[in-house]
Design a protein around this ligand. Structure first.
Ligand SMILES: C=C(O[C@@H]1C=C(C(=O)O)C=C[C@H]1O)C(=O)O
Length: 261
């Protein structure tokens, strides 16, 4: 049985629609934070996982299994920088411990657009972002979706910042497998789950919204208009651009090819 790890946030619900049933006899599905999925894939505790795209560039996993991804083509809503000071004055930045891709993205944006290289500290899952001792906080996933309660000088939507800057989409996470895993059966299953999930956004939104303090129309809008779930040529171009910036900043070591199955 393949050990398959998916992101535990709302953003992944359309990708995993009916997936556990489709995997019966082939794989076992579990859920975790993106950063932990990457660590588990790297350590051999998972065979396939939906990992932060930057972790693939760092050498985690050997093959991209599917064109089902978590991406955006504009404002993403759930990846935000909350700054207590004017952006140019950020000296200390707290990074959501669930994130790897956006943690690098915010550093790229601050370096390229403001010449800033702030000290970074981790923001643990159990910490309240409004009380952490830092000038600014990067938040991702479900907890980034609520209106910021603290007093923030400026709030960035990182999807919006990236897409307006580069005129390219941004890819946050991809299904990636270890080299020795035979993914021939898995690849069509992941695509089919995504395709069906996209047909059922209203049902998913209706089921999930209340428990997360969101309205059904808002969550539906998040799935249908903020997130983008297909890796196409434009998304690949966005990935290459991101890879180049991350390497320039020393956040990844060397140029790795995108290897698809
Ligand atoms: C859009 C999002 O994409 C995510 C961001 C990730 C990251 O920053 O490493 C990884 C997986 C995705 O869950 C989000 O979390 O809201």
């Amino acid at each position: 049985m393949l050990r398959i790890g998916a992101v535990s946030y709302l953003n992944t619900r359309p990708l995993v629609y009916g997936l556990a049933q489709r995997l019966a006899g082939l794989g076992q599905l579990s859920f975790n934070l993106p950063s932990r999925l990457a660590d588990d894939l790297a350590a051999g505790r998972l065979d396939v996982a939906l990992i932060p795209s930057i972790e693939y560039f760092r050498g985690v996993g050997q093959q991209i299994v599917s064109d089902a991804v978590i991406a955006c083509r504009g404002p993403v809503w759930s990846v935000r920088l909350l700054s207590r000071v004017p952006i140019g004055e950020i000296r200390c930045l707290a990074l959501d411990e669930g994130s790897r891709t956006s943690a690098a993205l915010v550093r790229i944006l601050l370096a390229e657009q403001y010449g800033l290289h702030p000290e970074t500290v981790p923001l643990p899952m159990e910490s309240d972002p409004d009380t952490i001792d830092a000038d600014a906080v990067l938040l991702i996933g479900d907890r980034a979706m609520h209106p910021a309660a603290g007093v923030y000088h400026e709030i960035w939507d990182l999807g919006d910042r990236w897409c307006r800057w580069t005129e390219l989409p941004f890819v946050f996470a991809m299904w990636v497998a270890r080299q020795d895993v035979d993914v021939s059966q898995l690849a069509p299953i992941l695509s089919a789950a995504r395709d069906e999930g996209l047909q059922q956004l209203a049902e998913i939104a209706g089921r999930e919204a209340g428990g997360h303090g969101l309205t059904t129309p808002d969550l539906h809008h998040y799935f249908a208009h903020h997130l983008h779930f297909r890796l196409g040529a434009e998304e690949q171009a966005g990935l290459h651009r991101y890879q180049r910036h991350a390497a320039k900043l020393g956040l990844i070591a060397n140029q790795r090819e995108l290897v698809f199955q």
